[in-house]
Design a protein around this ligand. Structure first.
Ligand code: GLP
Length: 261
């Protein structure tokens, strides 16, 4: 297993970080309009998709050949539930970029045989040529996609169960002031596996804010271990980590010294 040094970029704030990532996406689409983009969902990606919409609105970008692939999805939510990742992407990416919904692919989480649906999604990713650029956030426990700590490095798209920490972290997207909001977060999900994510040609991970500082340190400086799934990205040759200063506060001097801005 070869361990690489991931490229680290510390931007003055999350708005500028998001703008930079949006410009990377735009550049990738300009170079290869038939770009296959892997989309993560969550608070960290929201400013990136906003910046992307603004950039796209300003310039002429060929988007008809673009194809997007969902990284993960909850199981058991009604089709119109606003927290469903397919709906979030519809709202944050498809509509603002005026894509056609058929340009977004994801696992069929309504299938009677979920494990077959996972295999079919994996086969589709392969048949379509694989992800060119995968966008990732990072969970406070180091998860990527919904690959919770302990997920095998060789894992593929599969049904998984969320930890209570992740359900608590994600409760903010479910039902606002509901007295028992955590109970509304599904336990079951479908996620691309670690190996599926590592198949992407290029990966960009974003993290903002103080509550990601510990996990950013673990990801960049801790041991490469399945206990911190994001640390396994160090086995990939082309990963860029984009953070704001708050998420970089616990990094060692040497790590910061080699970071770009
Ligand atoms: C969520 C998603 C991940 C996301 C991560 C961080 O649970 N499944 O794909 O990247 O956790 O979320 P956030 O950006 O909201 O902190």
């Amino acid at each position: 297993m070869t361990i690489s040094t991931m490229e680290l970029l510390v931007l003055p704030d999350r708005r500028q970080g998001a703008k930079l990532v949006a410009s990377m996406i735009v550049e990738a689409i300009r170079l290869t309009p038939a770009q296959r983009l892997g989309l993560a969902t969550g608070g960290s990606l929201e400013p990136v998709y906003k910046a992307l919409a603004t950039t796209v609105a300003r310039g002429q970008l060929p988007l008809s050949a673009l194809h997007c692939y969902l990284l993960d999805e909850y199981v058991g939510l009604p089709p119109d539930h606003p927290a469903r990742y397919r709906n979030v992407i519809e709202e944050q990416v498809v509509r603002p970029l005026r894509l056609d919904s058929s340009q977004v692919h994801g696992p069929d989480v309504t299938a009677a045989d979920l494990s077959l649906a996972c295999d079919e999604y994996e086969a589709q990713l392969h048949a379509d040529g694989g992800i060119d650029l995968q966008l990732l956030g990072i969970g406070t426990n180091g998860h990527i996609g919904f690959n919770e700590p302990g997920s095998p490095r060789g894992s593929r798209t599969r049904v998984a169960r969320l930890t209570e920490q992740t359900r608590a972290d994600n409760a903010r997207f479910f039902g606002g002031r509901h007295p028992d909001v955590e109970a509304l977060v599904p336990r079951e999900v479908v996620t691309e596996g670690i190996a599926t994510i590592l198949d992407a040609r290029r990966i960009v991970l974003v993290a903002w804010g103080e509550n990601k500082a510990a996990v950013v340190r673990a990801c960049l400086e801790g041991p490469v271990t399945e206990a911190v799934p994001a640390s396994l990205l160090r086995t990939h040759p082309s990963v860029t980590v984009v953070v704001d200063p708050a998420a970089a506060t616990l990094l060692a001097r040497e790590t910061i010294d080699r970071a770009g801005v």
